[in-house]
Design a binder for this molecule. Structure first.
Ligand code: ASP
Length: 595
């Protein structure tokens, strides 16, 4: 028998019991006449004690022989600890060991298997099984499991059916690059791995399922960041006979349910903001509402004051934010640093103008020679600025400047500690543009995907409007944003063939191309497709955001690194010559990749 109890279970009430425990040696402390071992399993840590007076020589020797991460089984008596540890639930007791068996030895681990580890990212990924022994990582994965369970409970409680869709399919229209798989049985042909189950879930609506969901792997060959992985998981859903309102309510309900059951947090009703407003007020389509610092545009007041400051007067947009109570903290040097920050190529602003409303009532600004104190005070009034506040202003082209200011606002939020841990601010962003004009390729792209429906009142415009009109089409497309992270997105779909054809045309598909890529779906739509719509949540990201973390990696059991490598199994890797032949492939890098 390996255990009567687990390592997180014993309490003061168990004193006097004889118990058997199994687990890993977290660490040992040897005082010579006495020795302690922290024994760890999935459930917690229990302290073991050995002492010269009562333990046999062999037992002490055995205890001294074990190293970190050895697997042992012990038998002993639960006793009260003389110095208690209130940081762990078992901290009032320890086990006076009578018998110790080594179940397996361990090499010395390449990094410490403790809450705070000294292991770098790649090393931890290479020895992922050791990293997963660390409590914070393990807790993340336990959380993930509970999130999946609660999601299933809520959705199946609301009549959703879980359906699996295939992984070997053809290109899906989410706009990323596909991962492809060569087909041995079909020489020269390839499957694509799904970027999402989009087309299948729509077909399930044609098939009459009405409410579908799936917790599903999706694959996108994109450049990677902390919150992106080449394979990731979605809570994917689709519903028939619904409006946007029904979908928002259902998934607001799901979000509230998981916050309540897993975090004990009752979220109030989610506010909604349309895309245009989000861009105007926050410069981004996923505003972090944990803090204010909303944009105020200055074009009108600048025009009315007309002081000959060309940079502002000729700019398409002059926009600022107000940082409260910061003037004493923001020295010239600190503002210069911030200016350098906005001028970095990643942000791309040409400069940064500040107006400081000092505590002593004076006003400081590098544009003081153009604008007198009264002018600047009038600006301040637009922001409700008080003594101690500072305006930060950018100017230039509308879209670029909004984006830059959006970044600066987030940077100030971080600098001033305004994104509070444990604070959750969900938001629905709705009415996204249907199409996005790409200057470089001179083409429209679907802002969401090509099956997204324009708003009812824009259908006529879409069918008959000119090229410029297409830029102002708005869609029944929506995103759920929490704390500045996009948690999910979806749309009401087009279920009318004429409208779908028009959309493909706008996106630059010839009818033949549309038929070749999506003929199966268009064909299905001719057999009584119900009105439908759906949404997908990023499951990994939801895990991370609910736990106040920005990286999704630690919520994935076996993640990939920044270059898309699995460091543990060492993938991707070369294949054998025979495999090239079998798959009718020719390698251009075969020599280097020789196996
Ligand atoms: N398939 C979409 C996505 O992955 C979600 C949806 O429209 O339901 O973003």
């Amino acid at each position: 028998m390996y255990r009567t109890h687990n390592c997180g279970e014993l309490r003061i009430g168990d004193v006097g019991k004889t118990v058997t425990l199994s687990g890993w040696v977290q660490k040992a402390r040897d005082k010579g006449f006495m020795m302690w071992i922290d024994l760890r399993d999935r459930f917690g840590i229990t302290q073991l004690i050995f002492d010269e007076n009562s333990s046999s020589k062999e037992l002490l020797e055995a205890a001294r022989s074990v190293g970190r991460e050895w697997v042992i089984r012990i038998e002993g008596e639960v006793i009260e600890r003389s110095s208690k540890n209130d940081k762990i639930p078992t901290g009032e007791v320890e086990i006076k060991v009578a018998k110790l068996d080594v179940l397996n030895a361990s090499k010395v681990p390449p990094f410490t298997v403790e809450d705070d580890t000294d292991g770098g990212d790649d090393l931890r990924m290479k020895y992922r099984y050791l990293d997963l022994r660390r409590t914070p990582v393990r807790e993340n994965l336990f959380f993930r499991s509970r999130l999946a369970i609660e999601t299933r409970k809520y959705l199946s409680g609301n009549d959703f059916i879980e359906v699996e869709t295939p992984n070997l399919i053809k290109s899906t229209p989410e706009g990323a690059r596909d991962f492809v798989v060569p087909s041995r049985l079909n020489p020269g042909q390839f499957y694509a791995l799904p970027q999402s189950p989009q087309t299948f879930k729509q077909i399930l609506m044609v098939a009459g399922f009405e409410k579908y969901f799936q917790i599903v792997k999706c694959f996108r060959d994109e450049d990677l960041r902390a919150d992106r992985q080449p394979e990731f998981t979605q809570i994917d859903c689709e519903m028939s006979f619904v409006t946007q309102e029904d979908i928002l309510n259902t998934f607001e309900g799901l979000t509230k349910h998981v916050f309540k059951t897993l975090k004990g947090i009752e979220l109030p009703d989610f506010p909604r903001m349309n895309y245009d407003e989000a861009m105007k007020r926050y410069g981004i389509d996923k505003p972090d509402l944990r803090f204010g610092m909303e944009f105020v545009e200055l074009n009108d007041i600048i025009k009315s004051q007309s002081k000959g400051f060309g940079v502002f007067e000729s700019a398409e947009l002059v926009v600022g934010i107000c940082a409260k109570g910061v003037t004493s903290d923001y020295s010239r040097k600190k503002i210069d640093k911030l200016t350098d920050w906005v001028k970095r190529p990643q942000i791309g602003a040409k400069g940064l103008v500040y107006v400081k409303f000092e505590e002593d009532g004076s006003i400081k600004s590098p544009i003081g020679k153009f604008y007198n104190d009264d002018d600047l005070r009038a600006w301040g009034e637009l922001y409700g600025a008080e003594k101690g506040d500072m305006l930060l202003i950018l100017s230039g082209e509308l879209d670029k400047t909004r984006k830059q200011m959006g970044e600066l606002r987030l940077e100030m939020g971080r600098n001033l500690g305004l994104m509070k841990e444990g604070d959750f601010k969900p938001l629905w962003v709705i009415d996204f543009p249907l199409l996005e004009w790409d200057e470089e390729s001179e083409r429209f792209h679907a802002m969401h995907h090509p099956f997204t429906s324009p708003k009812k009142e824009h259908v006529e415009m879409m069918l008959n409007g000119d090229h410029e009109t297409m830029k102002s089409l708005r869609a029944d497309a929506y995103d759920l944003v929490i704390n500045g992270s996009e948690i999910g997105g979806g749309s009401i779909r087009i279920h009318d063939r004429a409208l779908q054809s028009k959309n493909f045309k706008l996106l630059g598909f010839t009818p033949e191309e549309a038929e070749a890529q999506f003929g199966f779906l268009l064909g299905a739509f001719e057999y009584g497709a119900p009105p439908h719509g759906g949404i997908a949540f990023g499951f990994d990201r939801l895990c991370a955001v609910m736990n106040g973390q920005s990286s999704i990696r630690d919520f994935i059991a076996f993640p990939k690194n920044n270059t898309g490598r699995d460091m543990m199994i060492d993938a991707p890797s070369p294949i054998h010559d025979e495999q090239y032949e079998e798959l009718y492939l020719e390698s251009t890098v075969k020599d280097e990749a020789e196996v």
